[in-house]
Design a protein around this ligand. Structure first.
Ligand SMILES: Cc1ncc(C[n+]2csc(CCOP(=O)(O)OP(=O)(O)O)c2C)c(N)n1
Length: 642
């Protein structure tokens, strides 16, 4: 269906770049902010994407580009899901409707896409470290006027890296401004003691008085004209010597803390940023904003409107594709419901998620058993070691981390879990091609990095029933030890998925189909694609055998001996990188046992796979059903139909 071209408002229309924005009168910024907000609503309602976070930083974004000299000044949005306004103001308005679409612009800032995207983002809590690196480089190069700004949410601030960055920045004496965008939300409501602390300082009268004093002082200095270093350091010393240093976390870390301020007052924000520019060293501005600001349903249910899909911008109704026949469940829901079932059977079972209760469906357990399921904030490393700690005391944690975010916690997996052979079960959601979120979010590396860890079981279910059985198997005391289960984003294939648990022998695959021409060995849900390919091939007179291997480690050696003894041609298929993945494991087996067959590995090639719908990306990587069919025919030398 042809979608209507979306037109910007009359003021926004004139702004193609931040230099245009900087030419408008300050009083017009309110109008421009309103039009920018409307444009985001208009486009996202029809084309989809992240939503509430960008609405919440509209005024902040306008004020930042107005007050700072971007792209010379370096502006970094943490995670980047809130950077839609930034994209629209920095030369991408007319292609914004291609956001997250195959071959369109990325949903996140990306250095190759624009000089205004100072740093590629997607994973949380990196902005302070990156901005500090830039600030130190500017200092070394003698670029003393250059500004380096990290915009970070209160959710992203819960990530360990953010603290590492603050800790370093506090003593690095470099020109960095951290803008803390505090909306009390992560994707779900933010959690933890830091959140409580931010709420405290936002509502405390002492801090509010202090804030006023600071702004009054700066105002006075401004009126006098040049702020001399002398006066400035006196103001600073007074503040530092006073209440702040002792009671403000950021002051204690060497930052000058300003705020809390209303992040929706665009003119005030411009004034503040202009003042902050004149103060050297590390500064933190605490802004209070509302996620979903300006779109009532999004303000009301902020978690739902983080990334709502398409919606009617007038009624605020989220558009659901009518479901005429029962659909298979999402893998994440099979995980969430199965975990509760298992936890009901075994009181030692607990759940851990780093800030993804809705995304992983851990919220099902959090609701059913609030004492036994933990959202630990955006803290993957902590989630793993916290699980390890639980396991030392006999608990059985199911630690659910998206494959891509598990990359953060590799050392904890090795050092804290595997070396101590602790019984932690890693459930890696969004394993494989993630879709529209793109390369920062594809779960392509987990098989190689889990496979090389001693003691680790590496498994992947082909369907929902297999996921349940792997979860059940992994929880058994006799299988105590590190265990990983990977599954993809989206729906499975079984309507009737809630079947009684059955134990799977560790390292045992299953033969699904006999055939003489070729063998396909699949790992995980790629097996569904292989099945379809084999059906198509059968119609063309090609008969392949199919083995769902279930485990990349330990491998089912019995099956592999059978396969290598029988077949000259073998194809491996997996939804992950082919470097060091399941197919590589098969090649290692072949070499170790001196077999000589023709093994072709299918999966993600060794390159960056961009964003798009999952089927588009499978096709690009060549391992959709048609791609497998083509590959089998080419391996066997069967003539292709043109
Ligand atoms: C390392 C990592 N873990 C998890 C995520 C998933 N994630 C994306 S946005 C987000 C919440 C961010 O909250 P906040 O920084 O407060 O921004 P807001 O959406 O509230 O504006 C999370 C958990 C991520 N991007 N990176």
């Amino acid at each position: 269906m042809q979608k209507m071209k979306i037109l910007p408002g009359p003021n926004l229309e004139k702004i193609l770049l931040p230099s245009d924005l900087r030419n408008v009168a300050e009083e017009d910024l309110v109008k421009i902010s309103a039009e920018l907000r409307q444009y985001i609503i208009d486009v996202v309602s029809v084309y989809g994407g992240h939503f509430g976070a960008s609405l919440g930083v509209v005024e902040l974004t306008v004020a930042l580009h107005y007050a700072f000299n971007t792209p010379v000044d370096q502006l970094i949005f943490d995670v980047g899901h809130q950077a839609y306004g930034h994209k629209i103001l920095t030369g991408r308005r007319d292609i914004f409707h291609t956001n997250r679409l195959y071959k369109g612009i990325s949903g996140f800032p990306k250095r190759t896409e624009s000089e205004y995207d100072s740093f590629g983002v997607g994973h949380s809590s990196t902005s302070i470290s990156a901005a500090l690196g830039m600030a130190v480089a500017s200092k070394l190069k003698g670029e003393h006027d250059k500004q380096h700004i990290a915009v970070i949410g209160d959710g992203a601030l819960t990530g360990g890296m953010a603290f590492e960055g603050l800790n370093h920045a506090g003593v690095a004496n470099a020109n960095i401004i951290v803008v803390l965008n505090d909306n009390c939300m992560s994707i779900d409501p933010n959690v933890g003691a830091l959140k409580e602390y931010l709420t405290d300082i936002t509502t405390s009268p002492t801090y509010n008085k202090f804030k006023d004093d600071i702004w009054k002082t700066l105002d006075r200095l401004n009126k006098v004209g040049q702020i001399s270093q002398d006066i400035l350091s006196k103001v600073h010393d007074t503040l530092k010597g006073g209440l702040l240093r002792h009671s403000n976390l950021f002051e204690a870390l060497g930052f000058r803390y300003f705020g809390p301020v209303d992040g929706h007052d665009v003119n005030h924000m411009v004034k503040i940023f202009n003042d902050l520019k004149k103060i050297p060293g590390p500064k933190l501005l605490h802004c209070v904003t509302v996620k979903g600001k300006g779109f009532a349903p999004a303000e009301k249910d902020q978690a739902k409107w983080h990334a709502p899909g398409l919606f009617d911008k007038v009624s605020g109704e989220i558009i659901k594709v009518p479901v005429l026949v029962p659909q298979p469940p999402k893998f994440q829901d099979v995980f969430g419901n199965t975990l509760v079932e298992l936890a009901e059977l075994n009181e030692k079972i607990v759940g851990v998620t780093p800030a993804m209760p809705s995304g992983s469906s851990m919220n099902i357990m959090m609701k059913a058993m609030p004492d036994r399921a933990f959202d630990v904030g955006i803290a993957e490393q902590h989630a793993v070691t916290f699980s390890a700690g639980l396991a030392t005391q006999g608990m059985i944690p199911f630690c659910n981390i998206y494959s891509t975010f598990m990359q953060r916690a590799f050392d904890q997996v090795v050092h804290d879990v595997a070396l101590q052979k602790l019984h932690v079960i890693f459930c890696m959601d969004r394993a494989g091609l993630a879709g529209a979120d793109g390369p920062t979010h594809h779960g392509m590396l987990d098989v190689p990095f889990m496979r090389c860890v001693p003691n680790m079981v590496v498994s992947a279910p082909m369907n929902e029933e297999e996921l349940r059985n792997l979860m059940f198997t992994s929880s058994l005391e006799k299988n105590a030890g590190p265990f990983s289960i990977r599954y993809p984003r989206g729906n499975g294939v079984m309507i009737d998925w809630k079947r009684p648990f059955a134990e799977i022998e560790i390292g045992k695959g299953r033969k699904l189909r006999d055939g003489d021409d070729i063998a396909i060995l699949s790992f995980g849900t790629a097996g569904i694609l292989a099945q379809t390919a084999l059906n198509l091939l059968e119609k063309e007179g090609v008969y392949g055998a199919h083995y769902d291997m279930r485990f990349a480690k330990p491998l089912d050696e019995e099956i592999l001996h059978e396969v290598f003894n029988k077949f000259k041609h073998i194809v491996t298929v997996e939804d992950g990188t082919i470097l060091g993945g399941f197919g590589s494991a098969v090649l290692e087996f072949m070499a170790d046992h001196h077999y000589q067959s023709n093994v072709v590995r299918m999966g993600m090639p060794d390159k960056i796979i961009e964003h798009g719908e999952q089927p588009e990306l499978y096709a690009e990587c060549g391992f959709d059903a048609k791609g497998i069919q083509r590959m089998v025919k080419s391996v066997l030398g069967v003539r292709q139909k043109v």
